[in-house]
Design a protein around this ligand. Sequence first.
Ligand code: BT5
Length: 326
Amino acid sequence: MGVDASILKALREAGDGGVSGAELAQQLRISRAAIWARIEELRRLGYEIVASPHQGYRLEAVPDALHADDLLARLGPVRSVGRDIRVFQETTSTNDVMERLARDGVAEGVVVFAESQTRGRGRLGRTWLSPPNSGLWFSVLLRPNLRPQAATQLTVAAATALVRAIRRQTGLEPEIKWPNDVLVGRRKVAGVLTELAAELDHIRHVILGIGVDVNLAERDFPEGLRATATSLYLETGRRCSRAELAATLLEELDRDYQRVTQRRFPELATEWEGLCSTLGRTVRIHLGERVLVGRAEALDEDGALLLRTEHGTLERIMGGDVTVEK
Ligand code: BT5
């Protein structure tokens, strides 16, 4: 952990009691002058750090911005996801940035956030709305030892982690719409884009792109999305700390990723099935030109949806667009 992350962590742990410059200097093994210089820099970034002769430094308020050091300081112990965090003010798409890092051979677990995306995307080249400073738009690089067909397990992991993190931070009860949507009150609040680089028999890397509408107001959504999309702010009436949610989300994602890599997918699938509003319903699935109608029955061991068609056959579905009929 870097110096700024360690300072923020110590300030947070000290709470109202504060922590003296001398204590910080001793903990971090740098001079008090160096601590003071870093505190000045953090203040410049918008952290309100008050200094008093008796209590030392106290963290009064944090900016509503994403900072890599702050996110690292908030994060509990993680095995892979979030070991390395990078934040950009603006990118085309965080998945593009990650693709370049992946090709450069960066280790798995790195996370790239952007405050805004100019070409955020969904599946099949669709557009993902990503206005500045109001959502979480990020990508995670994974290098699992899995067959390419099992990559859907990671979308399942991401959706489940999203539900738990949103629940922990807001008390809302989101639902999963297979394969990659997280809904609150039937409106989409988050989506997952899983991009894969693979050989025939093994995955080279997976980029999990995750978008969460956190503090978007009604006016932030274009007319065409207002009926189908929502934000955590619109659902709770309260602004949510993006940094806090991001840290929670990375912790939950790390946990579910371990379940996938340690071959504990059945456990994850059971949790997912309890959260998924698509199961047990009659659905229409558009797979390019093909349309299938049937009952969504369960997930198989790769994370594919098992659909009992109107003709009684069982089909394994890996992707596609779902409309719930009844
Ligand atoms: C998704 O695609 O739901 C995947 C979204 C993944 C976004 C993240 S953000 C970080 C990373 N970098 C990227 O460039 N992408 C990932 P799909 O199931 O195809 O849904 C796309 C559809 O959702 C669009 O056609 C719109 O109808 C709707 N939509 C677009 N922006 C939205 C938003 N912010 N909130 C809710 N719905 C949205």
